[in-house]
Write a protein that binds this ligand. Structure first.
Ligand SMILES: [Zn+2]
Length: 231
């Protein structure tokens, strides 16, 4: 059994958001409609702690940018699908300062609560968007736990965790489990299998240039070619 977990960041026009870590709303809609036509189950990452059935897709969006939270939920609502948005608790309502000169606005708590009430998941993406693999165990725990508690105090129920930059180590995984998470996502360039550890589920990063045929090539053809090559 497998689960296709896709990783996006911003959703907006190139003129406003640029091309880096962004996708046009119309292109995202073409991806969502494809999986809807194929009758996939649009699950939240938190739902992956239950046994998997065939035909699972999880759309995930890192950082909860204002642009993403404005465009994406309605695209999922059109097909009745759910998605997962990862928020950085100390930056909610501010900007993605870790992007330096490319920092963009992040959605505020009201927006996060309203998206959650639409059935989507708002997950934990740490308190300060740090590289967890470079931090001590106690800082790792602090980043995960304080974000978890802040989200709860703002009326958000995070069901899963997302490692910033996809950077993690065995200790980071342990802290995420200690805070109580059953599912977490990394960047893995492949489709998740149900034998994968639930706190290290790989995702496929979707780029601005990924038209629907390009995305399907990434998901289906590329892994096949790779397997043939290594035979
Ligand atoms: Zn991030």
């Amino acid at each position: 059994m497998e689960a296709t977990i896709l990783c996006y960041h911003k959703v907006g026009s190139a003129s406003e958001e640029g091309r880096r870590l962004n996708i046009e709303p119309s292109r995202l809609r073409s991806h969502v409609r494809f999986f809807s036509r194929k009758k996939f189950d649009f699950l939240r990452v938190g739902d992956l702690s239950s046994p998997w059935k065939p035909g699972i897709v999880c759309f995930t969006f890192d950082d909860a940018y204002e642009s993403t939270m404005f465009h994406a939920p309605q695209i999922f609502d059109e097909v009745g699908g759910k998605a997962t948005f990862y928020a950085v608790s100390n930056r909610v309502g501010g900007t993605s300062a870790w992007d330096a000169n490319l920092a963009r606005p992040l959605a505020n708590w009201d927006v996060l609560r309203s998206v959650q009430s639409g059935g989507h998941e708002i997950g934990n993406h740490t308190a300060n968007h740090i590289h967890l693999d470079r931090a001590t165990a106690s800082v790792q725990l602090q980043e995960v736990r304080s974000a978890h508690e802040r989200l709860l105090s703002e009326g958000i129920q995070p069901l899963s965790f997302c490692y910033p930059y996809g950077s993690y180590n065995a200790s980071a995984v342990e802290q995420v489990g200690l805070v109580g998470y059953k599912t977490a996502v990394i960047l893995g360039k492949r489709i998740s299998q149900d034998i994968d550890k639930r706190l290290e589920l790989p995702r496929i990063v979707v780029a601005y240039s990924d038209t629907l045929p390009m995305l399907l090539y990434k998901l289906k053809v590329k892994p096949l070619l790779k397997r043939l090559k290594t035979r």
